[in-house]
Design a protein around this ligand. Structure first.
Ligand code: BGC
Ligand code: ZN
Length: 366
């Protein structure tokens, strides 16, 4: 069957590969689920892998099948699978367990092992293929009523985790009622985070650098947030104007913005970093003494957040559903850039370079 793969370590190597079909009993103990892939989302991580900056093939293979954002339909299940049946819509989590205690308790998303196993990213083949088999343990059902948003399950899980981490960590304060949130970045993660924070009733300012924000601004405003171009109003100026944010979720992909956010955060606030910054940028005039002082005197918190486990997927999917009730049709508009079939895989990465394309995804089957 067909799949889109790369040769890790070789730049722009994405190609259509011919790989063996998976079998239900590739997974032990009757827990296999065979899935027909319907849609696969592509993101900046896939670009980094295609640019040979990131990612590794499974041991013994010289190619890596891409795709970690999947939406599919169950074709067959093993005898010990109870929460999915043939015909169900579903998604799969990305990370698989390593050897640490966190992996053993289902928290692969916070593994403390230096090496991590992620489908379509690191050491495991991904989902950008006609069919795949997975262990039911890592699969989450998508309700039929949400089928049109199913391909956003994985990005939604990343947002749900980032927000949950902040709320969990802020229990250190005994009382925390955040009022103002800044979301930095208005791409897919910024949009979904804006939606989720609006569902929690926060005043949300979504910041991005674009001069002609178009759809990005429309979506933020349709979610009831405020779109701010940092070319007009830099983050620190905004904080002076509207009040310092109690919560910042950083999702621009820029480490400079991540550090700038440290200067904007309110006392007792939480800043969550989610950008995976593969480069080697240095910052020279960062006001380290000032930030250190204010951080200490203000009891501020910085949390890094990556990946999502099945609980975060379930939460993300639930929020996609609630979001669609509260803001009908808005999230659908994130799905800007579909490709039908595998075609020329390099076109996917060209499409990703255009920042106006919020979600690039492949329709693999009807
Ligand atoms: C994926 C996460 C993954 C991270 C690091 C992101 O693009 O969405 O699931 O943990 O990359 O590899
Ligand atoms: Zn991703």
């Amino acid at each position: 069957m067909k799949a889109v793969a790369v040769r890790p370590g070789i730049k722009n190597s994405a190609f259509v590969a011919d790989i063996p079909e998976p079998k239900l009993d590739d997974v032990a103990d009757g827990r296999g689920v065979l899935v027909r892939t319907l849609q696969v989302g592509i993101d900046a991580t896939d670009s980094e892998i295609n640019e040979a900056l990131y990612g590794a093939a499974p041991k013994g293979d010289d190619y890596l099948v891409l795709g970690h954002e999947v939406f599919g339909r169950v074709e067959a299940v093993g005898p010990n699978v109870t929460h999915l049946k043939v015909g169900d819509y579903c998604t799969s989590t990305v990370r698989r367990p390593g050897p640490t205690i966190y992996d053993k308790i289902g928290r692969n998303d916070i593994t403390s092992h230096h090496e991590y196993y992620e489908r379509g990213i690191n050491l495991l083949h991904g989902f950008l293929t006609e069919k795949f088999v997975d262990d039911a343990e890592f699969m989450v059902k998508v309700p039929a009523g949400l089928a049109s948003l199913g391909v956003l399950s994985e990005p939604a899980s990343v947002c749900a985790k980032a927000i949950e981490q902040a709320y969990l960590a802020q229990q250190r304060l005994q009382v925390w009622e955040p009022k103002i949130a800044f979301v930095t970045g208005a791409g897919q993660i910024g949009q979904l985070t804006t939606m989720m924070l609006r569902l929690r009733g926060l005043e949300v300012y979504t910041l991005a650098r674009t001069r002609n924000p178009g759809l990005k601004q429309e979506l933020v405003e349709a979610y009831g947030g405020h779109y701010v171009s940092t070319l007009d109003t830099p983050m620190l100026e905004l904080a002076e104007k509207v009040g310092a944010p109690d919560l910042i979720i950083e999702a621009t992909g820029s480490s400079a913005v991540a550090f700038e956010a440290m200067q904007a955060l309110n006392r007792n606030g939480a800043l969550v970093w989610t950008s995976v910054t593969g480069g080697d940028r240095k910052l020279n005039d960062f006001p380290a003494d000032k930030v250190n002082l204010e951080w200490v005197l203000g009891n501020k918190l910085l949390v890094g957040s990556v990946n999502g486990n099945r609980h975060h997927f379930a939460k993300g999917i639930a929020d996609l559903g609630l979001g669609d009730v509260m803001f009908p049709g808005v999230t659908q508009r994130i799905l800007t850039t579909p490709f039908d079939g595998f075609g020329n895989p390099q076109d996917l990465f060209t499409a990703l370079e255009d920042r106006d394309n919020l979600k690039v995804y492949v329709n693999v089957a009807e």
